[in-house]
Design a protein around this ligand. Structure first.
Ligand SMILES: Cc1cc2nc3c(=O)[nH]c(=O)nc-3n(C[C@H](O)[C@H](O)[C@H](O)COP(=O)(O)OP(=O)(O)OC[C@H]3O[C@@H](n4cnc5c(N)ncnc54)[C@H](O)[C@@H]3O)c2cc1C
Length: 429
């Protein structure tokens, strides 16, 4: 890194590559850049692992087992490989990684814009600017919780919070709660709130049901071993669709239980269809597709388990693993609610758990699609020297998982290195 001059203002520092974000993805890239002796800095608006510190609820545990957080040059070596990390453990794990690889992280530095220059890119921050030849966007895939536009029609008596703002049931008023979204976040939050004594209705959109343990092993073990998580972005028929698939309905509980809609209905959580609209009079309208959504989810789970069974047969594991089994179909009541009067005072709180999206509002480059997502080919962005990390199915099905960052960082750092070499060759010629 060196300091250049920018007359009249703070000096602009120069570095070959700026990595934006010190989550596990940015750190994995940092390690791979260091392996290639590529000079870089990692800019982080908070502390290392900032989002795990500030945007997760208290009781959350990873849904991936401890062994499944392999990062370049780093892995779990404790005594509970099949356990699921608590949030303090995730933070410690990522912090330890940053220390182990001596990542050049500059904390409390928010990137406010990235634009192109003749020399490459100018990265502006609230603590000075950086000139560089390459930029890696590792600022996270879950910066903003998805909240439907009609949320502003809610009666003012209803408190709302997103899964990022939710910490524990003690935050909520007594009374009914509507949780919107039934993937990993929504089901776990609905379970916890219901157990606190508040009646919960869960609005169910597209989701993917999954048993925690299958044939005696963690489902993630099967998906890893069978290569499901390694499926590449250029091997799937519809990558745009694959990138929108919600997270598996899994929870990392110490008793390794399956937290699906049947488990929630059994304890008294009421299921409704996808929240389709809120009318001006405060009436919530649920789609009539709950039964179809659940049938589709059961079907997808069945396909995944069929694939695992087929792999177990060809891999000689059929005899040693427990026999194949299937969960009973998701139970849906005969006439699930199609509406709910939110003005009666019965529902006191709504928790939005309908997914997340990244925030690239600071990216001043013509690389965003109309939904604000970066257009890229396996993490290689159309603007030369610009790379993306950590988003859903970036290069592989596992790309957004901690375990997925390693392979992506290795391949993208190789691409970045050859880009720098070809650029240097052009300048010399
Ligand atoms: C509720 C939840 C549960 C999850 N559970 C699991 C799980 O069990 N297992 C698993 O493997 N994965 C899990 N994930 C997915 C994934 O690991 C996380 O999304 C992870 O945080 C993504 O890592 P990342 O490094 O790409 O992004 P992040 O961890 O979000 O890191 C991005 C970093 O960039 C920083 N940043 C953002 N904007 C700027 C800016 N303008 N300037 C400077 N810095 C900036 C942020 O502060 C942050 O530290 C979960 C995600 C969520 C939301």
């Amino acid at each position: 890194m060196s300091r250049g001059s920018n007359p009249g203002t703070t000096p602009i520092r120069t570095v070959t590559t700026v990595v934006i974000g010190a989550g596990h993805a940015g750190l994995a890239m940092s390690r791979c850049l260091a392996d290639r002796a590529i000079d870089h800095v990692v800019l982080e608006r908070g502390e290392v692992a900032h989002t795990w510190r500030t945007e997760r609820w208290d009781s959350l545990r990873l849904l991936t087992p401890n062994w499944q957080s392999r990062l370049p040059g780093f892995r779990y070596n404790g005594g509970d490989p099949d356990g699921y990390r608590t949030m303090p453990e995730v933070i410690a794990f990522i912090e330890d990684y940053a220390k182990a690889i001596s990542a050049p992280v500059q904390t409390h530095t928010t990137v406010t814009s990235v634009c192109s220059t003749e020399a490459g890119y100018l990265v502006r921050t609230d603590r000075g600017d950086w000139q560089c030849r390459a930029v890696v966007l590792a600022s996270g895939a879950c910066n903003i919780a998805r909240v439907p536009a009609f949320a502003n029609l809610l009666p003012p008596s209803i408190a709302t919070l997103t899964a990022q703002q939710y910490r524990n049931p003690g935050q909520l008023a007594d009374g009914g709660v509507l949780v919107v979204g039934a993937s990993a976040s929504g089901t776990q939050i609905a379970y916890e709130i219901h157990r606190s004594g508040r009646p919960v209705t869960l609005s169910v959109g597209e989701h993917i049901r999954a048993p925690r343990v299958y044939r005696g092993r963690d489902l993630e073990w099967w998906m890893d071993a069978a290569g499901v998580l390694d499926e590449r972005y250029d091997q799937v028929d519809d990558i745009a669709r694959a990138r929108r698939v919600p997270s598996l309905q899994l929870a990392g509980t110490p008793d390794r239980s399956t937290l699906d809609l049947n488990a929630l209905s059994k304890i008294g959580v009421k299921l409704a269809g996808r929240l389709a609209a809120i009318a001006g009079d405060g009436k919530a309208q649920f789609a009539g597709s709950l039964r179809n959504m659940c049938a589709l989810s059961d079907l997808k789970m069945g396909r995944l388990l069929d694939l695992i069974d087929a792999w177990a047969r060809t891999s000689g594991l059929d005899d040693t693993a427990e026999p194949p089994h299937r969960l009973p179909p998701t139970r849906v009541e005969d006439a699930p609610p199609l509406g709910m009067d939110l003005a009666t005072g019965e529902i006191k709180t709504i928790v939005w758990a309908a997914g997340y999206r990244p925030d690239y509002s600071w990216l001043e480059l013509p690389v965003l699609d109309r939904k604000g997502m970066v257009r890229h080919d396996g993490g290689v962005v159309a603007s030369p020297g610009l790379y993306l990390m950590g988003t859903q199915f970036l290069r592989r099905r596992k790309s957004a998982l901690i375990d997925g960052a390693g392979d992506d960082a290795r391949e993208l750092s190789a691409h970045l290195a050859s880009y720098l070499d070809s650029r240097a060759a052009r300048i010399v010629a």
